[in-house]
Design a protein. Structure first.
Length: 214
């Protein structure tokens, strides 16, 4: 019922004389109103005005300005890249110096023939770590034997292998004594006192002299 009433109201409004009068505004009436008027000049004036506004815009950028901006961006990028490279080089240099100043047990295990064993030894003695100091003295002995071509150092070799290579040498007995003590101290985790280390240091020095004579 409500739908029917709404439909009737819409139909009455559509047939209203006011609406019909608005719809009757046709082409002939529009031509009568606009007769004699020339809109082309107004259009040209508006177009010219817009062009002047565009040309006089304070934000207009020419090609030279774009080139300058591009050069600045490229220069900034290059400076940033150089800064990163220099910073990384300085950081790497400081890292190398730190490794030299702070020796680690890993260096002793990985590169005993290339490591500054003397610096390691001084640090161990300064810290009263005589067990580590004995180990370093033993590695210095292994390095000496390797340089004299009495043994061939290899990371995978054991002390027993070095004893076998030294079995025919006159210094075999002293070398065997230092090797047995090294195994007890380092692998057996036995401590060593300062007095005992100084005594063993004498044995190392005597063995070094004997090797130099041969």
């Amino acid at each position: 019922m409500y739908k029917l009433i709404i439909y009737c109201l819409i139909l009455i409004a559509y047939q209203s004389p006011v609406l019909n009068a608005q719809r009757s505004f046709d082409k002939d009436e529009f031509e009568q109103i606009t007769e004699g008027r020339d809109y082309s000049e107004s259009t040209k004036q508006v177009t010219q005005s817009n062009n002047r506004n565009n040309n006089s815009s304070p934000f207009r950028i020419n090609n030279d300005t774009l080139k300058v901006i591009a050069y600045i961006l490229v220069a900034t990028l290059l400076i940033f890249i150089i800064y990163i490279l220099v910073r990384n080089l300085l950081k790497e240099g400081r890292s190398r110096v730190r490794k030299i100043k702070d020796p680690t047990l890993q260096d002793l295990d990985e590169r005993p023939m290339e490591t500054d064993l003397e610096s390691y030894l001084l640090q161990a003695i300064a810290e009263n770590d005589y067990r580590l100091a004995f180990r370093i003295r033993y590695l210095m002995l292994i390095r000496t034997l390797h340089e004299m071509e009495l043994i061939q150092w290899r990371k995978e070799k054991t002390n027993h292998d070095y004893l076998t290579e030294m079995s025919a040498h006159s210094a075999y007995r002293d070398f065997k004594g230092r090797t047995i003590l090294f195994d007890r101290l380092w692998y057996g985790l036995q401590p060593i006192s300062q007095e005992a280390y100084k005594l063993e240091e004498t044995y190392f020095n005597n063995l070094q002299k004997e090797l130099n004579k041969s």
